[in-house]
Design a protein around this ligand. Structure first.
Ligand SMILES: [Zn+2]
Length: 240
């Protein structure tokens, strides 16, 4: 095989690897952020529940004060029963006491309902704290793994870039420039294999899927010179 073609094939293999690793390098920080965001969300969830519990406790205390006020009102009304002079007044005070009783019963019910919610919230907080702990531990592990991968990829990509640099010195400047231009304009693939088409013995460019002319296919199979796809311009090679 043409020596330059072999270098181009090897260079393409390196560039494909480098591109994949660079894509991973670009993706990994986002993964770390997503892990951190999930932990933060779990933490916010616990805080929200705790906030609701605090509010509930405040509401309960307020209702308990109202209940005390109600109790005093009732005692006063009951004391007045001994002071009234007429039956009419007596009935009026009795009605008032009845009204206070109902008010008190309603308050007691409300306090009970609040306390039930408190118990429920306490359970929810316990559960949320348990899953937060798990999430935090998982998050730390995932983050450490991702950071380790990030460091490993950086080392690998640095090594490959070094390899690429020394390999690229084996090509004439013009050819390297053509290759790099193709790489940039053709989605990271500058050197394409010609794939055989079994039906008719023809071949297609693996880069653009266009069928090669029989003449070009013959030339590519001989691999004695550098040839480009007539459709996409990529360097072509044939694997016997
Ligand atoms: Zn092509």
């Amino acid at each position: 095989m043409d020596q330059q073609l072999q270098v181009l094939i090897d260079l393409q293999a390196l560039d494909t690897k480098i591109a994949a690793l660079e894509a991973e390098l670009a993706r990994l920080p986002g993964q770390i952020e997503a892990v951190q965001a999930a932990v933060a969300q779990a933490r916010d969830g616990v805080q929200t529940l705790k906030g609701r519990l605090d509010q509930n406790k405040k509401d309960t205390r307020a209702k308990e004060k109202d209940l005390e006020v109600c109790q005093v009102k009732r005692q006063k009304s009951e004391a007045r029963l001994y002071e009234v002079k007429t039956n009419k007044e007596y009935s009026a005070v009795l009605a008032e006491i009845e009204e206070i009783k109902q008010e008190k019963a309603k308050m007691e019910e409300e306090i009970l309902a609040l306390m039930e919610i408190q118990e429920q919230l306490a359970v929810e907080i316990r559960d949320a704290e348990v899953s937060l702990k798990t999430r935090e531990a998982q998050g730390q592990q995932e983050e450490a793994q991702t950071r380790a991968r990030l460091a490993a990829v950086e080392v690998e990509v640095t090594g490959l870039r070094g390899e690429r640099q020394s390999l690229s010195r084996e090509l004439p400047k013009d050819l390297l420039a053509d290759y790099e231009k193709l790489l940039k304009n053709r989605g990271g693939l500058a050197v394409a294999q010609v794939l055989p088409v079994d039906v008719d013995g023809g071949g297609i460019c693996a880069g653009c899927r266009m069928t090669l002319t029989p003449q070009r296919l013959q030339e590519v199979k001989q691999q004695s010179a550098l040839l480009n796809c007539e459709s996409c311009g990529r360097f072509l090679y044939w694997l016997p």
